[in-house]
Design a protein around this ligand. Structure first.
Ligand code: NZQ
Ligand code: ZN
Length: 388
Protein backbone atom coordinates (compact mmCIF):
# COMPACT_ATOMS: atom_id res chain seq x y z
CA UNK A 1 0.00 0.00 0.00
CA UNK A 2 1.22 3.46 -0.82
CA UNK A 3 1.68 5.37 2.42
CA UNK A 4 0.49 8.90 3.12
CA UNK A 5 2.77 11.70 2.05
CA UNK A 6 3.14 15.35 1.20
CA UNK A 7 5.10 16.38 -1.83
CA UNK A 8 6.63 19.66 -2.81
CA UNK A 9 9.74 20.38 -4.81
CA UNK A 10 10.60 24.08 -5.02
CA UNK A 11 13.46 23.92 -7.54
CA UNK A 12 12.76 25.58 -10.86
CA UNK A 13 14.51 23.91 -13.77
CA UNK A 14 15.70 25.26 -17.08
CA UNK A 15 16.67 22.43 -19.37
CA UNK A 16 18.35 22.41 -22.77
CA UNK A 17 20.92 24.04 -24.96
CA UNK A 18 19.56 27.56 -24.39
CA UNK A 19 19.05 27.21 -20.67
CA UNK A 20 21.90 29.49 -19.58
CA UNK A 21 19.93 32.30 -21.23
CA UNK A 22 17.64 32.23 -18.17
CA UNK A 23 20.40 32.91 -15.66
CA UNK A 24 20.14 36.68 -16.02
CA UNK A 25 16.44 36.81 -15.22
CA UNK A 26 16.91 34.47 -12.25
CA UNK A 27 19.78 36.53 -10.85
CA UNK A 28 17.53 39.57 -10.83
CA UNK A 29 15.56 37.92 -8.00
CA UNK A 30 18.53 37.78 -5.64
CA UNK A 31 21.02 40.03 -3.87
CA UNK A 32 24.04 41.87 -5.23
CA UNK A 33 26.78 39.90 -3.49
CA UNK A 34 27.16 36.65 -5.31
CA UNK A 35 29.42 33.84 -4.17
CA UNK A 36 30.50 31.89 -7.25
CA UNK A 37 31.43 28.31 -6.33
CA UNK A 38 33.20 25.90 -8.68
CA UNK A 39 35.52 22.92 -8.80
CA UNK A 40 39.03 22.17 -9.93
CA UNK A 41 39.01 24.01 -13.22
CA UNK A 42 36.86 22.13 -15.74
CA UNK A 43 34.62 25.18 -16.15
CA UNK A 44 37.62 27.37 -16.95
CA UNK A 45 38.78 24.93 -19.61
CA UNK A 46 35.34 24.67 -21.19
CA UNK A 47 34.79 28.44 -21.30
CA UNK A 48 31.71 28.29 -19.06
CA UNK A 49 33.46 30.31 -16.35
CA UNK A 50 34.00 33.27 -18.70
CA UNK A 51 30.46 33.08 -19.93
CA UNK A 52 29.05 33.11 -16.41
CA UNK A 53 31.37 35.88 -15.23
CA UNK A 54 30.14 37.91 -18.22
CA UNK A 55 26.52 37.42 -17.17
CA UNK A 56 27.29 38.29 -13.53
CA UNK A 57 29.04 41.48 -14.60
CA UNK A 58 26.17 42.42 -16.91
CA UNK A 59 23.84 42.03 -13.94
CA UNK A 60 26.04 44.36 -11.87
CA UNK A 61 26.84 41.76 -9.23
CA UNK A 62 29.78 41.87 -6.84
CA UNK A 63 31.41 38.49 -7.24
CA UNK A 64 33.39 36.60 -4.60
CA UNK A 65 34.66 33.14 -5.44
CA UNK A 66 35.29 29.76 -3.89
CA UNK A 67 37.40 27.78 -6.34
CA UNK A 68 38.78 24.27 -6.08
CA UNK A 69 35.84 22.46 -4.54
CA UNK A 70 37.10 18.91 -4.80
CA UNK A 71 35.14 15.76 -5.63
CA UNK A 72 33.84 14.53 -2.25
CA UNK A 73 34.10 18.02 -0.70
CA UNK A 74 35.65 18.12 2.74
CA UNK A 75 34.62 19.63 6.06
CA UNK A 76 37.76 21.75 5.95
CA UNK A 77 36.84 23.18 2.56
CA UNK A 78 33.33 23.81 3.85
CA UNK A 79 34.69 25.95 6.68
CA UNK A 80 36.79 27.91 4.16
CA UNK A 81 33.70 28.61 2.01
CA UNK A 82 31.70 29.77 5.02
CA UNK A 83 34.50 32.21 5.91
CA UNK A 84 34.66 33.65 2.39
CA UNK A 85 30.85 33.99 2.27
CA UNK A 86 30.86 35.86 5.59
CA UNK A 87 33.72 38.18 4.61
CA UNK A 88 31.88 39.12 1.43
CA UNK A 89 28.36 39.34 2.88
CA UNK A 90 27.28 36.89 0.21
CA UNK A 91 23.53 36.90 -0.24
CA UNK A 92 23.36 34.44 -3.11
CA UNK A 93 25.43 31.36 -3.98
CA UNK A 94 25.86 30.31 -7.60
CA UNK A 95 27.16 26.73 -7.87
CA UNK A 96 28.70 25.87 -11.24
CA UNK A 97 29.81 22.25 -11.49
CA UNK A 98 28.86 18.70 -10.59
CA UNK A 99 27.22 17.22 -7.53
CA UNK A 100 30.18 18.06 -5.34
CA UNK A 101 29.98 21.78 -6.10
CA UNK A 102 26.22 21.79 -5.76
CA UNK A 103 26.24 19.81 -2.47
CA UNK A 104 28.99 21.99 -1.10
CA UNK A 105 27.10 25.18 -1.92
CA UNK A 106 24.07 23.92 -0.01
CA UNK A 107 26.26 23.07 2.97
CA UNK A 108 27.75 26.58 2.90
CA UNK A 109 24.28 28.10 2.54
CA UNK A 110 23.10 26.70 5.89
CA UNK A 111 26.32 27.58 7.70
CA UNK A 112 27.04 31.23 6.84
CA UNK A 113 24.68 32.60 9.49
CA UNK A 114 25.23 29.87 12.02
CA UNK A 115 27.80 30.03 14.83
CA UNK A 116 28.25 26.29 15.27
CA UNK A 117 30.84 24.27 13.42
CA UNK A 118 28.93 23.03 10.33
CA UNK A 119 30.42 19.52 10.40
CA UNK A 120 29.46 18.96 14.03
CA UNK A 121 26.03 20.54 13.69
CA UNK A 122 24.79 19.03 10.43
CA UNK A 123 26.80 15.84 10.05
CA UNK A 124 27.55 14.60 13.56
CA UNK A 125 24.54 15.93 15.47
CA UNK A 126 22.36 15.92 12.32
CA UNK A 127 20.53 19.08 13.37
CA UNK A 128 18.30 21.08 11.09
CA UNK A 129 19.21 24.66 10.16
CA UNK A 130 17.92 27.24 12.64
CA UNK A 131 19.50 30.28 11.03
CA UNK A 132 19.02 32.29 7.83
CA UNK A 133 19.80 30.24 4.73
CA UNK A 134 21.57 31.85 1.78
CA UNK A 135 19.72 30.97 -1.45
CA UNK A 136 21.55 28.73 -3.93
CA UNK A 137 21.24 28.44 -7.71
CA UNK A 138 22.98 25.78 -9.74
CA UNK A 139 24.46 25.43 -13.23
CA UNK A 140 25.07 21.71 -13.57
CA UNK A 141 27.98 20.26 -15.54
CA UNK A 142 27.77 16.58 -14.60
CA UNK A 143 24.75 14.27 -14.51
CA UNK A 144 24.45 11.79 -11.65
CA UNK A 145 23.72 12.90 -8.13
CA UNK A 146 20.37 14.67 -8.56
CA UNK A 147 21.80 17.39 -6.31
CA UNK A 148 20.35 19.95 -8.73
CA UNK A 149 16.82 19.22 -7.47
CA UNK A 150 17.20 17.87 -3.98
CA UNK A 151 18.35 18.92 -0.52
CA UNK A 152 21.26 16.49 -0.28
CA UNK A 153 24.70 17.74 0.73
CA UNK A 154 27.37 15.09 1.26
CA UNK A 155 30.55 16.13 3.09
CA UNK A 156 33.68 14.10 3.82
CA UNK A 157 35.83 14.34 6.92
CA UNK A 158 39.17 12.66 6.23
CA UNK A 159 40.48 13.02 9.78
CA UNK A 160 37.46 11.18 11.13
CA UNK A 161 37.19 8.78 8.16
CA UNK A 162 33.55 9.69 7.65
CA UNK A 163 31.54 10.64 4.59
CA UNK A 164 28.04 11.67 5.54
CA UNK A 165 25.08 13.09 3.64
CA UNK A 166 22.60 15.46 5.20
CA UNK A 167 19.31 15.66 3.37
CA UNK A 168 18.07 19.18 3.98
CA UNK A 169 14.53 20.40 3.41
CA UNK A 170 12.83 22.59 0.83
CA UNK A 171 14.50 25.79 2.06
CA UNK A 172 17.93 24.46 1.12
CA UNK A 173 17.14 22.97 -2.29
CA UNK A 174 18.43 25.05 -5.19
CA UNK A 175 16.05 27.87 -6.08
CA UNK A 176 16.76 27.09 -9.70
CA UNK A 177 18.98 24.78 -11.70
CA UNK A 178 20.21 25.19 -15.22
CA UNK A 179 20.67 21.89 -17.03
CA UNK A 180 22.41 22.03 -20.37
CA UNK A 181 23.35 18.51 -21.56
CA UNK A 182 26.07 20.03 -23.76
CA UNK A 183 28.01 21.01 -20.62
CA UNK A 184 28.28 17.35 -19.65
CA UNK A 185 29.99 16.44 -22.91
CA UNK A 186 33.45 17.50 -21.75
CA UNK A 187 33.32 14.96 -18.90
CA UNK A 188 35.93 12.21 -19.05
CA UNK A 189 34.26 8.86 -19.86
CA UNK A 190 35.21 7.55 -16.40
CA UNK A 191 33.12 10.31 -14.78
CA UNK A 192 30.30 9.93 -17.27
CA UNK A 193 29.86 6.22 -16.54
CA UNK A 194 30.28 6.73 -12.79
CA UNK A 195 27.44 9.25 -13.02
CA UNK A 196 25.31 6.79 -15.00
CA UNK A 197 25.74 4.13 -12.34
CA UNK A 198 25.01 6.65 -9.59
CA UNK A 199 21.68 7.35 -11.30
CA UNK A 200 20.92 3.64 -11.67
CA UNK A 201 21.70 3.01 -8.04
CA UNK A 202 19.58 5.91 -6.80
CA UNK A 203 16.64 4.24 -8.50
CA UNK A 204 17.57 0.79 -7.15
CA UNK A 205 17.89 2.13 -3.60
CA UNK A 206 14.29 3.28 -3.76
CA UNK A 207 13.00 0.29 -5.74
CA UNK A 208 14.47 -2.55 -3.67
CA UNK A 209 12.48 -1.89 -0.54
CA UNK A 210 8.95 -2.89 0.43
CA UNK A 211 6.97 -5.56 -1.39
CA UNK A 212 4.38 -3.13 -2.73
CA UNK A 213 3.22 -2.96 -6.30
CA UNK A 214 2.85 0.78 -6.56
CA UNK A 215 3.24 3.72 -8.93
CA UNK A 216 6.81 4.30 -7.77
CA UNK A 217 7.81 0.85 -9.00
CA UNK A 218 6.46 1.55 -12.48
CA UNK A 219 8.10 4.99 -12.64
CA UNK A 220 11.37 3.45 -11.47
CA UNK A 221 11.27 0.67 -14.05
CA UNK A 222 10.65 3.22 -16.81
CA UNK A 223 13.53 5.38 -15.62
CA UNK A 224 15.87 2.38 -15.43
CA UNK A 225 14.96 1.15 -18.91
CA UNK A 226 15.44 4.59 -20.40
CA UNK A 227 18.76 5.00 -18.63
CA UNK A 228 20.12 1.63 -19.75
CA UNK A 229 19.14 2.40 -23.33
CA UNK A 230 20.70 5.89 -23.32
CA UNK A 231 23.84 4.69 -21.53
CA UNK A 232 24.57 2.13 -24.24
CA UNK A 233 24.42 4.87 -26.85
CA UNK A 234 26.46 7.33 -24.78
CA UNK A 235 29.38 4.97 -24.13
CA UNK A 236 29.72 4.36 -27.86
CA UNK A 237 29.26 8.01 -28.73
CA UNK A 238 29.61 10.42 -25.81
CA UNK A 239 28.70 13.29 -28.12
CA UNK A 240 25.20 11.90 -28.80
CA UNK A 241 23.02 14.77 -27.58
CA UNK A 242 19.86 12.76 -27.31
CA UNK A 243 21.45 10.12 -25.10
CA UNK A 244 23.27 12.68 -22.95
CA UNK A 245 20.12 14.77 -22.51
CA UNK A 246 18.07 11.72 -21.52
CA UNK A 247 20.74 10.70 -19.02
CA UNK A 248 20.75 14.18 -17.52
CA UNK A 249 16.98 14.29 -17.18
CA UNK A 250 16.84 10.78 -15.72
CA UNK A 251 19.43 11.77 -13.11
CA UNK A 252 17.17 14.55 -11.94
CA UNK A 253 14.09 12.33 -11.69
CA UNK A 254 16.01 9.52 -10.03
CA UNK A 255 16.63 11.63 -6.95
CA UNK A 256 14.35 14.64 -6.85
CA UNK A 257 12.32 13.01 -4.06
CA UNK A 258 9.43 11.91 -6.29
CA UNK A 259 9.91 8.16 -6.61
CA UNK A 260 10.33 7.61 -2.88
CA UNK A 261 6.97 9.14 -1.96
CA UNK A 262 4.74 6.87 0.09
CA UNK A 263 7.19 3.97 0.23
CA UNK A 264 10.18 2.74 2.19
CA UNK A 265 13.69 2.98 0.73
CA UNK A 266 16.95 1.12 1.26
CA UNK A 267 20.14 3.23 0.70
CA UNK A 268 22.55 0.58 2.02
CA UNK A 269 24.62 0.56 -1.18
CA UNK A 270 25.17 4.27 -0.59
CA UNK A 271 26.06 3.72 3.05
CA UNK A 272 28.65 1.09 2.05
CA UNK A 273 29.90 3.20 -0.87
CA UNK A 274 30.22 6.33 1.25
CA UNK A 275 32.22 4.46 3.86
CA UNK A 276 34.53 3.20 1.11
CA UNK A 277 34.76 6.79 -0.11
CA UNK A 278 35.68 8.02 3.36
CA UNK A 279 38.75 5.76 3.26
CA UNK A 280 39.72 5.96 -0.40
CA UNK A 281 38.32 9.30 -1.64
CA UNK A 282 37.26 7.34 -4.75
CA UNK A 283 34.70 8.57 -7.29
CA UNK A 284 31.22 8.22 -5.77
CA UNK A 285 29.57 6.23 -8.58
CA UNK A 286 32.48 3.79 -8.69
CA UNK A 287 32.26 3.06 -4.97
CA UNK A 288 28.61 2.16 -5.50
CA UNK A 289 29.37 -0.04 -8.51
CA UNK A 290 32.03 -1.93 -6.58
CA UNK A 291 29.81 -2.90 -3.63
CA UNK A 292 26.48 -3.30 -5.43
CA UNK A 293 26.52 -6.88 -6.67
CA UNK A 294 27.86 -8.47 -3.49
CA UNK A 295 25.21 -6.52 -1.57
CA UNK A 296 22.32 -7.33 -3.89
CA UNK A 297 23.27 -11.00 -4.14
CA UNK A 298 23.39 -11.13 -0.34
CA UNK A 299 19.94 -9.58 0.23
CA UNK A 300 18.28 -11.17 -2.82
CA UNK A 301 16.73 -14.12 -0.91
CA UNK A 302 14.96 -11.66 1.39
CA UNK A 303 13.35 -9.70 -1.47
CA UNK A 304 13.05 -12.40 -4.05
CA UNK A 305 9.80 -11.26 -5.63
CA UNK A 306 11.13 -7.79 -6.32
CA UNK A 307 14.40 -9.09 -7.73
CA UNK A 308 12.43 -11.43 -10.03
CA UNK A 309 10.28 -8.50 -11.11
CA UNK A 310 13.46 -6.46 -11.74
CA UNK A 311 14.61 -9.21 -14.12
CA UNK A 312 11.43 -9.31 -16.17
CA UNK A 313 10.48 -5.62 -16.12
CA UNK A 314 13.86 -3.94 -16.41
CA UNK A 315 15.99 -6.52 -18.22
CA UNK A 316 13.23 -8.15 -20.32
CA UNK A 317 14.15 -11.66 -19.16
CA UNK A 318 11.36 -14.12 -20.05
CA UNK A 319 9.75 -15.58 -16.92
CA UNK A 320 8.37 -18.76 -18.41
CA UNK A 321 9.50 -21.96 -16.76
CA UNK A 322 11.76 -20.20 -14.26
CA UNK A 323 11.63 -20.02 -10.49
CA UNK A 324 11.83 -16.65 -8.77
CA UNK A 325 15.38 -17.54 -7.68
CA UNK A 326 16.49 -18.21 -11.25
CA UNK A 327 14.88 -15.04 -12.51
CA UNK A 328 16.31 -12.94 -9.71
CA UNK A 329 19.82 -14.26 -10.36
CA UNK A 330 19.47 -13.66 -14.10
CA UNK A 331 18.34 -10.09 -13.48
CA UNK A 332 21.44 -9.38 -11.42
CA UNK A 333 23.64 -11.09 -14.00
CA UNK A 334 22.12 -8.88 -16.70
CA UNK A 335 22.91 -5.83 -14.58
CA UNK A 336 26.46 -7.12 -14.05
CA UNK A 337 27.01 -7.51 -17.82
CA UNK A 338 25.71 -4.00 -18.42
CA UNK A 339 27.99 -2.60 -15.71
CA UNK A 340 31.00 -4.30 -17.32
CA UNK A 341 29.90 -3.02 -20.72
CA UNK A 342 30.05 0.53 -19.31
CA UNK A 343 33.50 -0.09 -17.86
CA UNK A 344 32.57 0.43 -14.21
CA UNK A 345 34.93 -0.47 -11.40
CA UNK A 346 33.66 -3.73 -9.92
CA UNK A 347 36.02 -4.13 -6.94
CA UNK A 348 36.81 -1.83 -4.04
CA UNK A 349 40.44 -3.03 -4.17
CA UNK A 350 40.70 -1.25 -7.53
CA UNK A 351 39.65 1.95 -5.76
CA UNK A 352 42.46 1.73 -3.22
CA UNK A 353 40.77 -0.29 -0.48
CA UNK A 354 43.05 -2.83 1.22
CA UNK A 355 42.25 -5.65 3.68
CA UNK A 356 43.47 -3.60 6.65
CA UNK A 357 40.79 -0.99 5.95
CA UNK A 358 37.84 -3.38 6.06
CA UNK A 359 37.19 -3.03 9.80
CA UNK A 360 37.34 0.74 9.62
CA UNK A 361 35.10 0.85 6.57
CA UNK A 362 32.62 -1.41 8.35
CA UNK A 363 32.65 0.92 11.36
CA UNK A 364 32.04 3.91 9.07
CA UNK A 365 29.06 2.19 7.40
CA UNK A 366 25.81 3.56 8.76
CA UNK A 367 23.30 0.70 8.98
CA UNK A 368 19.85 1.70 7.77
CA UNK A 369 16.70 -0.34 8.24
CA UNK A 370 14.66 0.16 5.08
CA UNK A 371 16.02 -2.72 2.99
CA UNK A 372 14.91 -6.34 2.73
CA UNK A 373 17.43 -7.39 5.35
CA UNK A 374 18.75 -5.24 8.17
CA UNK A 375 22.47 -6.01 8.17
CA UNK A 376 24.58 -6.50 11.24
CA UNK A 377 28.25 -5.54 11.34
CA UNK A 378 29.48 -9.05 10.48
CA UNK A 379 27.33 -9.02 7.37
CA UNK A 380 28.73 -5.62 6.40
CA UNK A 381 32.23 -7.08 6.72
CA UNK A 382 31.22 -10.10 4.64
CA UNK A 383 29.85 -7.87 1.86
CA UNK A 384 32.94 -5.65 1.92
CA UNK A 385 35.20 -8.70 1.69
CA UNK A 386 33.16 -10.02 -1.24
CA UNK A 387 33.62 -6.58 -2.87
CA UNK A 388 37.43 -6.82 -2.71
O1 NZQ B 1 36.27 19.93 -10.27
P1 NZQ B 1 36.14 20.01 -11.75
O2 NZQ B 1 37.36 20.53 -12.41
O3 NZQ B 1 34.89 20.71 -12.18
O4 NZQ B 1 36.07 18.47 -12.27
C1 NZQ B 1 35.03 17.60 -11.92
C2 NZQ B 1 35.45 16.48 -10.96
O5 NZQ B 1 36.81 16.21 -11.10
C3 NZQ B 1 34.67 16.81 -13.15
N1 NZQ B 1 33.67 17.49 -13.98
C4 NZQ B 1 32.42 17.86 -13.62
N2 NZQ B 1 31.79 18.38 -14.69
C5 NZQ B 1 32.68 18.33 -15.71
C6 NZQ B 1 33.87 17.77 -15.26
N3 NZQ B 1 34.95 17.59 -16.06
C7 NZQ B 1 34.83 17.95 -17.34
N4 NZQ B 1 33.70 18.48 -17.85
C8 NZQ B 1 32.60 18.67 -17.08
N5 NZQ B 1 31.48 19.15 -17.62
O6 NZQ B 1 34.13 15.59 -12.70
C9 NZQ B 1 34.72 15.26 -11.45
C10 NZQ B 1 33.62 14.79 -10.52
O7 NZQ B 1 32.75 15.83 -10.20
P2 NZQ B 1 31.79 15.70 -8.94
O8 NZQ B 1 30.99 16.94 -8.82
O9 NZQ B 1 32.58 15.26 -7.77
O10 NZQ B 1 30.86 14.46 -9.35
P3 NZQ B 1 29.38 14.10 -8.95
O11 NZQ B 1 28.41 14.95 -9.67
O12 NZQ B 1 29.27 12.66 -9.10
O13 NZQ B 1 29.28 14.48 -7.39
C11 NZQ B 1 29.78 13.62 -6.41
C12 NZQ B 1 29.44 14.11 -5.01
O14 NZQ B 1 28.01 14.15 -4.81
C13 NZQ B 1 27.65 13.36 -3.69
C14 NZQ B 1 28.73 12.30 -3.69
O15 NZQ B 1 28.82 11.60 -2.49
C15 NZQ B 1 29.96 13.12 -3.97
O16 NZQ B 1 30.42 13.77 -2.82
N6 NZQ B 1 26.26 12.90 -3.81
C16 NZQ B 1 25.27 13.79 -3.66
C17 NZQ B 1 23.94 13.41 -3.63
C18 NZQ B 1 22.83 14.34 -3.44
N7 NZQ B 1 23.02 15.63 -3.40
O17 NZQ B 1 21.69 13.91 -3.32
C19 NZQ B 1 23.54 12.02 -3.76
C20 NZQ B 1 24.60 11.15 -4.31
O18 NZQ B 1 24.29 9.83 -3.94
C21 NZQ B 1 25.98 11.48 -3.88
O19 NZQ B 1 26.25 10.90 -2.63
ZN1 ZN C 1 24.64 8.48 -5.29
Amino acid sequence: MLGNFSYHNPTKLYFGEDSLGYLKQELANYGKNVLLVYGGGSIKKSGLYDEIMGILQECGKNVAQVAGVMPNPTAEKLREGVKIARENNSDFILAVGGGSVCDYSKAVSVSVHCNDDPWDKYYIRYEEPDCDIVPVGCVLTMAGTGSEMNGGAVITNHEQHLKIGHVFGDDVMPKFSILNPRYTMTLPVYQMVAGIYDIMNHICEQYFSGEDDNTSDYISEGLMKGLIHASRIAVKDPQDYEARSNIMWTATWALNTLVSRGKSTDWMVHMLGQAVGAYTDATHGMTLAAVSLPYYRYIMPYGLKKFARFATQVWDIPAQGKTDEQLAEQGLSAMESWMKELGLVMKISELGAVEEMIDGIADATIILKGGYKVLDRDEVVKILKASM
